[in-house]
Ligand binder design. Structure first.
Ligand SMILES: [Zn+2]
Length: 384
């Protein structure tokens, strides 16, 4: 497995490509930030928000999806700084934690109205379990709802702008920034909110879950979207995005961090709001050979806060370990929420282990060490 020469992303990462010097597209996007005129971007942000804001106080200037994390706290702080009146909208995470709940309360305390959507828990748990087994993503309902709920809510309240956080594709401001066609469409939403090939319509057809139980999981129709005039932007396009800086800003405004490094991570300031996160991140590791600790290490490498060799040594300790606990809660307790035993869970993980990346026995079953960890066949950080 080949790695980026600058950071520690492997070639297995979806939607990543390398240039002739072996630098990954994520690093290239970061390197390009130096040539971006951020003053100009800031002006564009003001222009766009002025164009979409509510001029008669009949509704909100913008809708912001907030999980209660450092990034959503930062987003709200930023919009308030610009004098906007946002509506904070939460699609509750799959397994809300106590610290996540306190951080969500803190967002409201920043001085915003807040709407929170809860879906039928029985249906959600069925989908958690099914998506874990079918596509290896226990948090699939959350990944859908964090996109559909803010859009549905914006349409419902008549707010014209949705402000998302970081743009993973990096060089794109969002539909509202487009000169020619700034409408938000379902096609765009479905492409942007990656559903790992499992679509809501497939789920309704294949599982017998009724459409009436999936209302919050669906986007408004194109005609409803067009009639509403709602559009969207990424805040990360207008202000240089740095998760660590966002965490510092959020903390200065009451955001609470975890007292230890989070399991499978290198940080204590993110993914505090969903008790399933350890399982979710573990599946990324078994599929692609890198976990959450790699993402964080790379963010620090690009900003010169960690050198590549040091980061590599930290990943050896923290990345991709079996998620025995998350935020101190044993995995059995997380799995009990979806009526799954540890044995069943390990059987499911074995099906998703990328056998070209990890050692297997002569039956083709993934080998694990005494601590339950997979044994990589790849050399972490190798550059050829
Ligand atoms: Zn890179």
């Amino acid at each position: 497995m080949k790695y980026c020469t600058q950071c520690l992303y492997p070639e297995t990462k979806p939607d990543l490509w390398f240039d002739a010097d072996g630098v990954c597209s994520a690093c290239q996007a970061y390197n390009n930030r130096g040539v971006i005129d951020w003053d100009q971007r800031r002006k564009e942000f003001i222009e766009i928000t002025n164009r979409y804001r509510c001029n008669d106080d009949s509704t909100y200037d913008a809708v912001v999806g907030v999980s209660g994390g450092k990034d959503s706290t930062y987003q709200i702080i930023k919009l308030l700084e610009f004098g906007l009146n946002p509506l904070a909208v939460t699609a509750e995470t799959c397994s809300m934690t106590e610290i996540g709940r306190r951080n969500l309360d803190n967002i409201r305390a920043l001085g915003v109205d807040h709407v929170e959507v809860h879906v039928k828990p029985q249906i959600r748990r069925r989908i958690n379990k099914l998506a874990l087994a079918e596509v290896g993503d226990i948090s699939w309902p959350e990944h859908v709802l964090i996109f559909t709920v803010p859009v549905r809510t914006a349409v419902q309240y008549g707010a014209k702008l949705i402000v998302w956080g970081e743009n993973s594709q990096n060089e794109y401001g969002g539909p509202a920034a487009a000169a020619d066609n700034n409408t938000l469409t379902r096609a765009w939403l479905e492409e942007f909110g990656g559903l790992l090939g499992l679509r809501v319509s497939d789920l309704i057809e294949s599982t017998g879950i009724a459409a009436r139980d999936m209302i919050q999981y669906r986007y408004p129709s194109d005609s409803a979207l067009a009639a509403s005039g709602v559009s969207g932007i990424f805040l990360g396009h207008y202000f240089p995005w740095d998760g660590y800086a966002n965490a510092l800003i959020a903390q200065a405004h009451g955001f609470e961090t975890y007292p230890h490094t989070i399991e499978g991570s290198l940080a204590n300031y993110e993914n505090l709001d969903n008790g399933f996160h350890g399982i979710h991140d573990y599946f990324k590791y078994i599929k692609y050979g890198f976990g959450r600790a790699t993402d964080i290490a790379n963010n620090h490498i690009r900003r010169g806060r960690l050198d590549r060799a040091t980061a590599r040594s930290l990943l050896e300790i923290h990345d991709g370990k079996f998620p025995w606990t998350y935020l101190g809660r044993p995995i059995e307790a997380a799995l009990a929420e979806i009526d799954t035993s540890l044995e069943e869970f390990i059987q499911i993980t074995d099906r998703f282990v990328n056998k070209s990346l990890f050692e297997t026995d002569n039956q083709g079953k993934p080998r694990r060490d005494a601590k339950g960890n997979l044994i990589p066949k790849f050399e972490l950080g190798r550059v050829d």
